[in-house]
Structures are given as C-alpha cells and as structure tokens.
Design a protein around this ligand. Structure first.
Ligand code: MGD
Ligand code: MGD
Ligand code: SF4
Ligand code: MO
Length: 892
C-alpha cells in the first residue's frame, strides 16, 4: 500500500463552516471570529462576536456539545462573565509584604519580566540552570512547547512537575514503549463501531459532558438498534454510565490490577487470544532466557549479530532465526513460522547452552496464578461478573478500553503495571489499529518523496536535542523513575524519529514526581532548587500532600505564578502574572502531539488590560535570558503562521477551516509499506507490538506486571484499618467544575455545586450517624478535611468518594485562611512518601487509601464563610464581588 499523500491530510476534507465566515462583520458592526474554547479538553469551536466598542457580546456554539455546556452558558453568558470578572488578574502583581501576607503592588508586564529574568539569571549563576522547576497543569493552552523551548535553552534538565505523572502522560509514555503510539485515548475514531466498549474507571458523561462526542461514542455499542454490543462499566460508583451499561462491575477501588491480570489469564487459558496477530505483529514469539527472563539478542547468538535484533524459533527451518529490527523483517527469505510456545535449548556464541522459552509462555506462566476465584476475593466482584466482563471484551467483536483515571492512573505503585496489563490485553486480543478497536495514529508528515507536508508539530519546536547529556543527568529522579526520565525518553525518541520523522514530544515524558522537587527545595538535595514558575497550575490543589507542597513553596527564593486568578498557590507568589484566556488568543496545536490532527481557532478579542498569552511570557523571559535567535516569532500569531506554512496553508485559510484532519483514517497501518520501502510495523525498538517490552526491561524493570496490595488497604495495613476502616477515593469529575477552576463566585458555575460533596453508602451513613447533607470530616493518617455528605445506594459499601481540588475564593487570601485550601482539599489526605510511589513513573495514590468519616458537630467548623448560596448563582444580587471580594482579596 502506498504512503499517504499530504493532501489526504489537508483541512480541505473538513466540512466548511461556510455559514460562519471568519472575520465577518454584521450589520451592527459586530465582528465575528471562529475561535476555540480551552475550558476543557473537548476544545469546541465557537463563534464569538465583538461589538464596535470592543466588547464581547455573544458566543455562538459551533459544536453540538458546546451548545449544552454548563461552563459556557446560553449565548456564552458564563464565559463572558468569566472574561470580564472583577477578580481576574489583569496586571502583574508584585509581592510587597511577607510571603502569604497578601500585600501587592501592580507593576507593568515589562517590569515584571525584567525583574523575574534578572532574578532567574542570578540564581542560575549561583546554583546552575537546574535550580528552576516548572509546575504546570493539565492541558490549558497550546503553548506548552514554548515552555519547553525556554527551559531547554536555559540549560534546565526539564525539571517539570505536572499532573501528567498521574494523568495520561505516563500512559502515553508506557504505550510508546509497547506499541509506539499513545494508544490509550478517550475514544478511538472508530469507537462507535465497537462490539464492546470498556469504560474502566472513566466518566465520559461528566468529563466530556452529557452531550459530548466522547460519551456518545462510548455508549454507541449499547444504544445501537441493529446488532447492539456491550458497554462494560467498571466503577465503585453507580454512575450514569453504569446505569446505561450492559454490565456494571462495582469494584473495590484500587484493586483493578487484580482484575486486569485475571482477564489476561482467562484469555490465555481459554485461548481467546488472536493467534495470528501475536505471531506476526507482536514480540510474543521472541525468545527469552528461562533463567534470567531476559530477551535474547542476536548479538549473543552469532558473531556480528546486533544488540537491537532478537531471535525466534522458526518451525519451517526447525531452528533459530534472527529478527532484523532496523528493517522490520526476518533474516531470511520465504515463509517463516515463528513459534508462539515452546522450550528450546539454544547454543550461545560463547558456547553456553541455555534453555529459552517464548515471551508468550513466560506471560502465560506468570499469569496462571490470577484465577477468577482469587480476583473475586480481591476485587469484591462476583465470579460471574468477572467471566461475563472478560468474555464481552475478548469475544464481543472489536473492543477498546477507553482511557480512564480509575483503571490505572493514580493507583500509585500499581499504576504502571495496570497500564502495561491493559495494553497486553489489547495486543492479546489483536485489537490494535482495527475498526471498532484501538487506533494507532500517523502524523502523516513524510510523503512518498520524503518531504514533510504537515504543519510543524509541537515536538519540532521543543529543541530536545539542545539539552546536553550533563544537563539530562541532573533531571530530578533520572535514576529512580526511569520511564519518565531521559533514560526512558532516549530509546523512545529514537524509535519515534525513525517512524515519523519528528522528535518524540518531551512534554509527556520528562516529568518529575512532585516530592522530588519539594525535597530539593527543602533540603538542597541532590542540589538546591530555588525558583519555581507555576503556569496553568495550582499545585496546592492538585499535588499530593498539600502540607508538603505548602512548606516547599514557602521556602523558595522566587515563586512566579501565571494565572487568571489569585489562586492559593498564587497567593504565596512573588509575582502573579496575568494570563490571557482562550478568547484572547489563536490556537493551532497537534494537541500535545498525541494526535494526527491539528486543531485551529482564531483570536476572538484582543487581550484586556495587561493580560498576555503564555507564549509572550516564555518568549519574554527567553529574550531576556539570551535566547533571542530562537524566538524569531514576535507574536503567537506569527508562530502559528510559521507552523501552518509547512502544511501549505496560510493563517487566514486555516482559521476559516478550524482543523486539519485526516478525514479517512485507515486501519492496519502497521501492514502498510512506508516511505523507505519497509513494512511499517510499530514505532518500537523491534517494530513489533511489544507485549514483552524491551524498553521497560532495558530500564531494569520487570516487563510483566504482578499484583501487590496498595500501600494502605485493610489487607496491607490491617492495624491501621481498625482506626481508618473506609476505602477513600479522592477523585471523580463533575461538571461544571474543572479541577480547581470555576469555583470563583460570579461566573455562574458555582450555583450547582456551592460546596464539596463526599459520597458514601446509605447504610454506612446510618451506622455512622451521618445524614444526607451533613458536613462531615474525612480523615486519613495525614490530616482531615470537611465536605458535605451525599448518601448513595449505588456505591460499594465501605467506600468513600470525595471531590478533589476544592478551595474557597471567597475566603481571604491572607494566611492562615489561604483561600481555604486546607479546609476541603482532598490532597490534604493523600500521601507522597517515596515508598508509596510507582517505581517506574513516580505515580502516587489518589484512589484506594484508608480513611474514617464522621460528622462535623461544631457549627462554627463550617468550611464555607458564605451562609447563603445566593452569591453563587448567576447574577451578583448582593454586590458580592464588588463588596465582599474586594474587601477580602484585593488589598493592593
Ligand atoms: N467536568 C470535568 N471534566 C474533566 C475534568 C474536570 O476536572 N472536570 N478533568 C479532565 C481531566 S484532566 C481528566 S484526567 C479527565 C479524567 O476523567 P475520568 O477518567 O473520567 O476520571 P474520574 O472522573 O476522576 O474517574 C472516573 C471514574 O473512576 C471511578 N473510580 C474511582 N476510583 C476507582 C478505582 O479504583 N477503580 C475503578 N475502576 N474506578 C474508580 C470514579 O468513581 C469515576 O466514576 O477528565 C477531564 N475532564
Ligand atoms: N486527589 C486528587 N488529586 C488530583 C486529581 C484527583 O482526581 N484527585 N486529579 C489529578 C488530575 S487528573 C489533574 S489533570 C490535576 C489538575 O491539576 P491542574 O491542571 O494543575 O489544575 P488546577 O489545580 O485547576 O490548576 C490549573 C490552573 O490553571 C489556570 N489556567 C487555566 N487556563 C490557563 C491558561 O490558559 N494559562 C494560564 N497561565 N493559566 C491557566 C487556572 O485558573 C487554574 O488556576 O489534578 C490532579 N490531582
Ligand atoms: S467547556 Fe464547554 S464549550 Fe468549552 S470546550 Fe468544554 S464542552 Fe466545549
Ligand atoms: Mo487529568
């Protein structure tokens, strides 16, 4: 099959939104532009109107989902309130009091950049460029590459802390090592055609929205009139998804790995696997030594054999055969019958005879302990449900496991193993790049003639090659959490460049686990960290062990926060820099380089006051730190135009189109012939789907997962469980909240959820004397917080699910109030001790730890300062913002 032509990927295949021309001026003089919303990862297309006086008047949704979105409101009413909200940070604020005293002066943007960069250079001179750490959040803008470009040129080892360690970035990395693509996505493009969709700890109804494409696609199999399929929901809570499912598995939180391993075992024992895929496209046939379980390299077998090549047992030749990874073929002509099972005596080139087995046999052997009966005991699920669920997955037609936090992310030391297990399931069942199954993308950048005809990808702006080996070695955790470090990045980058002709994006892999950064700040080990820039990030809300975060932030020489609001993190800063919102900036992004599309949107309105796009912040620092030659694009628009130019599209054309997509994705791309005449295979070291990952093994980890109890469960800590008998989940998305955002009264988003909610079983509530609606304390070994109890029947008994990320913008920013960030914030309860982290990735546990829960008896202990919810509803009836907020929060 020929390589794809560039034009197949062009935006010209997208339905033109002709009825909404960009830059259209109507009869009232209102100018309309097509932009994109960045309030959540759906990124809806919007049509925004700005009147003759430069005022934003209306936002028309151009997507089905934005029409019903609770953050947007009718005619964009809520976004408009957000845009003009009196509490927005509109000019840089410089601290004039003690840290945390909430005393500020307003300064100009240029003065702030001058002062920040001067301080950064001083610190760099004294402590080295590694003294800077960046904190960021989940995808809030498409300016991430600008951050990386700045830190790389600064000489920093990429010391970034980002929730990606527990949210998807690590699965991106893990899947790069196994199948060469971030296969774990919310929904594959052909998801609606699935025989079975597996919603494993995911809530698309809330995380994408009730009207989102994500929810529509995931639920399509059960809703299909003809030939309906399955929707299996695995969740301790009876969510909307569970109610509509064909099968709900009310699992004990934190035990998912037990179920995943049992599915693998059941599939192998009952021969439900796809033998052809395993034999031809996976490395299940590669031989490993039976004694030390290491993959056999061709270099160990024959003189001149390469380290990167592997061996199989070929039944056609009744002997060993080498696999040429570089060319994705065997070192033989004609038919090959690589054996999936068997034990073979192999003579190595040093004369040693070694017993070898196939990777598949090793997997089968290791999984055989995970019986259905055992899993039932660990997970609390009935044996019937376990068998029904794996049968639906393995035999219900093409199937995919949608990405969800509950299935692996945030499971601490079991996290990476759960991720590996899920992809093993995908490979075993051959659900890789098939219609209705999982999707492998192709950035489409190299044409048959070897030219690139695709807009520049984010990774091409990052300049990872500028980071020296000396700098790389200083990455915090480089030797410990190796998968998420340069040690893991380098082999993956090599495969990615070979397959796609572009660097592997840094921004998902080089993530420092937060306690490493806090300890460097607090102890100076392994070296002093003195400066932290938090942009699109409120680490006091998102990172584990809030008290640890707080101590570290207080100890910094320089803390800069770039945000819309004075968040609890910003309240501790030296400088708060105003960020422009998504209406105030254009967008062109390969979405963190995780997709083979480009999303595009225009700037709808000029930034108000001194708000700047994040690009301006990073470029501004770059120019002041001697990086002039690397920042030729004066504005973000210029950078966007530059990246689009390689795709042959002008800025104006692109904004009209709104996206650049491959409108006709093809399956089985691994079987296509690439631009170099080779069968493509996968972007892994062996070009096979590596069910037994050579990268993971080379990083000195076991590529086969095993089940361990999480650090804090009634099984691992029976004594502690006597005092803290409940299993706590600190997570669960709900609209319209998006992490710690949309709490600010006066945006119209706090009305539905004025207070944080904790769910528990009705019977547990009765036993504990907790009534529905009571304020309750939730306590772990590390601290306690208060939330409002919501009693449920549809929840596993003994499980408590509290909402994360709470703070109270209506409280004073001054200490000790700190905007209420210790009152109801679930991360006061979570742990960041090294022994509780995942050794591969540095993930921590947010789900499945021990807690107790009891009523708040003292009325003055109420977490909320505001007695009535009135100020939280759409309008501002009591002049709340003008009176209360200004008094409390804007003392500048
Ligand atoms: N409204 C809204 N939407 C969002 C976000 C937001 O903050 N608000 N955040 C965005 C981001 S960054 C992310 S990462 C996604 C995340 O979105 P999701 O992956 O959907 O994450 P959650 O809603 O936290 O958890 C999903 C489900 O897992 C269940 N669960 C909890 N613990 C376990 C467990 O141990 N095992 C199993 N099997 N299930 C468990 C919960 O009950 C919940 O129903 O949402 C995105 N969309
Ligand atoms: N216990 C527990 N902890 C969790 C989770 C959980 O379920 N339980 N979920 C985890 C997950 S999945 C995630 S993704 C993280 C979320 O963590 P983050 O993504 O860091 O989310 P926030 O804490 O809301 O901080 C984001 C900040 O960015 C600001 N912001 C928004 N847009 C922009 C922009 O364009 N530019 C700039 N400069 N700033 C902007 C917002 O105002 C907000 O203050 O939390 C993680 N932590
Ligand atoms: S917040 Fe609403 S309008 Fe904005 S991207 Fe998400 S779903 Fe779309
Ligand atoms: Mo996330």
């Amino acid at each position: 099959m020929a390589e794809k032509k560039g034009e197949e990927y062009s935006g010209k295949n997208v339905k033109r939104l002709d009825q909404y021309p960009n830059n259209y001026i109507d009869e009232d003089g209102t100018r309309w532009r097509k932009g994109r919303c960045f309030f959540c990862s759906v990124h809806c297309l919007l049509y925004g109107g700005v009147d003759k006086n430069g005022k934003l008047t209306e936002i028309i949704p151009l997507d089905e989902q934005s029409k019903h979105c609770y953050r947007m409101g009718e005619h964009g009413e809520k976004f408009i309130k957000f845009h003009y909200h009196p509490a927005r940070i509109n000019r840089p604020l410089k601290r004039i009091g003690e840290r945390g005293e909430d005393k500020w002066e307003e300064i100009s943007y240029d003065q702030a950049l001058d002062e920040i960069s001067t301080k950064l250079k001083e610190l760099r001179d004294e402590y080295g460029p590694e003294t800077l750490v960046i904190a960021e959040g989940t995808y809030r803008s498409d300016h991430l590459w600008a951050r990386t470009r700045f830190t790389n040129l600064f000489g920093n080892p990429s010391n970034i802390i980002d929730p990606g360690t527990i949210c998807w970035c690590w699965t991106y990395t893990l899947n790069m090592s196994m199948v060469g693509w971030p296969i774990e996505c919310s929904v594959p493009p052909w998801g609606a055609e699935a025989g079975s969709s597996i919603l494993w700890g995911v809530r698309p109804y809330e995380n994408g929205g009730e009207f989102s494409g994500i929810w529509r696609t995931m639920s399509a199999p059960v809703k299909r009139k003809e030939n309906p399929g399955n929707m299996v929901v695995i969740d301790p809570l009876c969510t909307e998804e569970a109610k509509e499912s064909s099968l709900w598995l009310p699992i004990i939180p934190g035990t998912d790995l037990a179920l995943q391993l049992t599915w693998i075992n059941y599939i192998i024992e009952n021969k439900l696997y796809d033998e052809e895929f395993l034999k031809y496209w996976s490395n299940a046939v590669f031989l490993i030594r039976k004694d030390i379980k290491k993959l056999v390299r061709l270099s160990e077998i024959e003189e001149g054999g390469l380290d990167e090549d592997f061996v199989v047992w070929d039944a056609k030749r009744d002997g060993l055969l080498g696999w040429c990874s570089d060319e994705n073929r065997y070192y033989a002509d004609g038919e090959v019958d690589a054996q999936l099972s068997g034990e073979f005596e192999i003579t190595f080139k040093n004369g040693e005879t070694v017993t070898c087995i196939t990777a598949f046999d090793e997997l089968a052997d290791r999984m055989s302990q995970y019986t259905v009966e055992w899993a039932s005991g660990v997970t609390g699920l009935t044996e019937t449900k376990i068998v029904q669920s794996v049968t639906a997955y393995a035999t219900g037609g093409p199937a995919y496991i949608g990405w969800g936090l509950g299935s692996a992310d945030q499971h601490g030391p079991n996290g990476a193993n759960s991720g590996i297990a899920k992809t093993m399931l995908r490979i075993l069942t051959g659900n890789i790049d098939v219609r209705g199954g999982e999707y492998i993308g192709f950035p489409g950048i190299i044409d048959a003639d070897g030219e690139k005809r695709f807009p520049l990808r984010d990774s091409e702006f990052e300049l990872s090659e500028m980071v020296t080996p000396e700098a790389r070695a200083k990455f915090l955790g480089n030797d410990e959490y190796r998968l998420m470090s340069w040690k893991g990045f380098e082999p993956i980058d090599k495969c990615f460049r070979k397959m796609f002709g572009v660097p592997r994006p840094m921004l998902h892999q080089l993530l420092v686990t937060p306690p490493k950064a806090w300890d460097a700040i607090l102890t100076g080990e392994p070296y002093p960290v003195k400066a932290l820039i938090a942009w699109s990030s409120n680490p006091l809300a998102w990172a584990p062990n809030t008290k640890h975060v707080y101590k570290a932030l207080k100890a910094l020489d320089l803390l800069v926060v770039v945000d819309y609001w004075k968040t609890p993190t910003a309240a501790l800063a030296d400088y708060i820099m105003p960020a422009a919102d998504s209406l105030e900036r254009p967008m062109a992004t390969t979405i963190e380089d995780a997709y083979d599309i480009v999303l595009i949107g225009d700037k709808i309105i000029e930034p108000e006051y001194e708000r700047h796009v994040d690009y301006d912040f990073w470029r501004g620092l770059g120019l002041r730190c001697g990086q002039e030659e690397y920042w030729p694009w004066e504005t973000y628009e210029d950078a966007v135009a530059h990246r689009l130019a390689r795709g042959g599209v002008s800025y104006e054309e692109a904004m009209e189109e709104g996206a650049w997509v491959n409108s006709n994705p093809t399956p089985y791309k691994h079987a296509e012939v690439g631009h170099n005449g080779q069968i493509k295979g996968f972007a892994t070291p062996s070009r096979k789907a590596e069910i037994f990952s050579s990268i993971i093994q080379d990083l000195d980890y076991d590529p086969i997962p095993e089940y361990k109890e999480l650090p804090e469960t009634p099984v691992s800590q029976p004594e502690l469980a006597k005092e803290y008998p409940f299993r706590l989940v600190t997570g669960g998305r709900w609209s319209p909240m998006h992490h710690s955002e949309f709490r600010v009264p006066g945006c119209g988003t706090r009305g539905v959820w004025p207070n944080p909610i904790v769910q528990l079983h009705v019977s547990d509530g009765r036993n504990l004397g907790i009534r529905d609606g009571d304020w309750v304390w939730i306590e772990t070994k590390r601290g306690r917080i208060k939330q409002v109890a919501k009693l449920e029947w549809g929840i596993v008994r003994g499980v408590v699910i509290c909402q994360p990320s709470w703070w109270y913008p209506e409280q004073p920013a001054e200490e000790p109030w700190s905007l209420g960030v210790f009152d109801s914030n679930a991360n006061v309860l979570t742990d960041d001790a090294y022994e509780t982290l995942d050794p591969k990735t540095g993930q921590w546990v947010t789900r499945g730890m021990l807690c107790k829960i009891y009523p708040v008896t003292d009325g003055t202990d109420r977490a909320d300062l505001v007695e009535s919810i009135e100020p939280f509803v759409n309008e501002d009836p009591k002049g709340f913002w003008n009176n209360t907020f200004n008094k409390l929060n804007h003392k500048a």
